[in-house]
Design a protein around this ligand. Structure first.
Ligand code: ASP
Length: 332
């Protein structure tokens, strides 16, 4: 790839303009949430299930990218797989609100144009990430919420799902434990595992374009109307071809206040930091405020990073000419 700021003589630049852009390496990085994910809390079966689910999602997105598809298509396809998997807090398997409902948030962003779409508090769309994309592409808006977004989803002909589709016993039991918690536990809602399993993907396609997306059920026991960082552009999701693509997972209230995703992109763009440096710095600042979690970051040059300050983060990476790799715990 050409350095973006090099000075090219007119004749060379004319020749370059006539030559189709060289196909470059593609890359896909995903997460499936961050939290107190430790070996002694996981069964071997659960460990294997999570790794298989992450691998399946990576393979789906990789198929799009290796055939020359766009980063945006890859991000959407990857997240749809994770939304259907009950092991994650997104789509099917989403956490419950205090009132016992599943209210879903999602966002997607195109690094080429910085177009973005987001939905919050939706209850009937099987794939909220596709609804976020429809908001971006088929409405004049960036964000739609609750009943209006549900209505838009029907108008757009997106697949609808009954409340039972999103309901899983494990998440329901988690809500019961949350509702019967003692007050010390209650004050730790942001830090404890009342949320993990949010999913996200960032991709770089062969054309050199970036995209990012995030989908979640939010936090167990969230109050009516609560919206976290995942659908907030600049907090949970950001993509800009000039800098990077990011998806975050963690204590949404803090990630919104720090503007985590945009802040990381800005450090890369204006300070020339690497994805790892920028992510670690912003993660540390967010943790200082009290917010734990993690991010995946992918730079325009293909450099990429995981950064998390929790015991573990479900995560994975695939790239042209490299094996799919997945991880769960902090020490791998
Ligand atoms: N960030 C999500 C939220 O606050 C939760 C998570 O990522 O675990 O809604």
């Amino acid at each position: 790839m050409l350095a973006r700021h090099c000075v090219v003589p007119a004749i060379v630049s004319a020749l370059l303009a006539a030559t189709p852009a060289a196909a470059q390496d593609w890359r896909l990085v995903i997460h499936g949430g961050a939290g107190t994910i430790e070996r002694d809390r996981m069964t071997p079966e659960r460990d294997a299930e999570i790794r298989a689910a992450l691998t399946q999602a990576l393979e789906t997105g990789s198929a799009v990218l290796s055939e020359g598809g766009s980063a945006l298509d890859a991000v959407e396809a990857t997240i749809r797989v994770l939304e259907d998997n009950p092991n994650f807090n997104a789509g099917r398997g989403a956490v419950f609100t205090a009132a016992g409902r599943n209210e879903l948030d999602a966002s997607i962003m195109d690094g080429r144009t910085r177009d973005a779409g987001a939905v919050a508090g939706v209850t009937a769309t099987r794939h909220p990430i596709s609804l976020a994309r429809a908001v971006m592409e088929d409405s004049p808006h960036v964000m739609m919420v609750a009943t209006g977004a549900n209505e838009f989803s029907i108008e757009q002909g997106l697949e609808q799902a009954d409340p039972e589709w999103f309901h899983t016993q494990e998440r329901y039991d988690q809500l019961q434990r949350f509702l019967s918690r003692d007050s010390a536990d209650a004050s730790d809602q942001a830090g404890a595992d009342y949320k993990f399993g949010t999913v996200g993907a960032v991709a770089l396609d062969m054309e050199g374009n970036l995209a990012a997306g995030t989908s979640t059920g939010g936090m167990t026991g969230k109050l009516y109307g609560r919206v976290g960082d995942s659908p907030v552009i600049g907090a949970g999701t950001y993509a800009d071809n000039r800098a990077c693509a990011i998806s975050a997972t963690g204590a949404g209230e803090y990630y919104i206040r720090e503007g985590v995703a945009h802040e990381i992109c800005a450090r890369i763009r204006f300070l020339g930091e690497s994805p790892q440096e920028a992510a670690d710095f912003v993660q540390a600042e967010t943790l200082e405020m009290g917010g734990s979690g993690g991010v995946i970051v992918l730079g325009a040059d293909g450099d990429w990073a995981y950064s998390f300050n929790t015991a573990g983060m479900y995560r994975g990476m695939a790239a042209k000419d490299s094996h799919v790799s997945v991880g769960i715990y902090g020490d791998e």
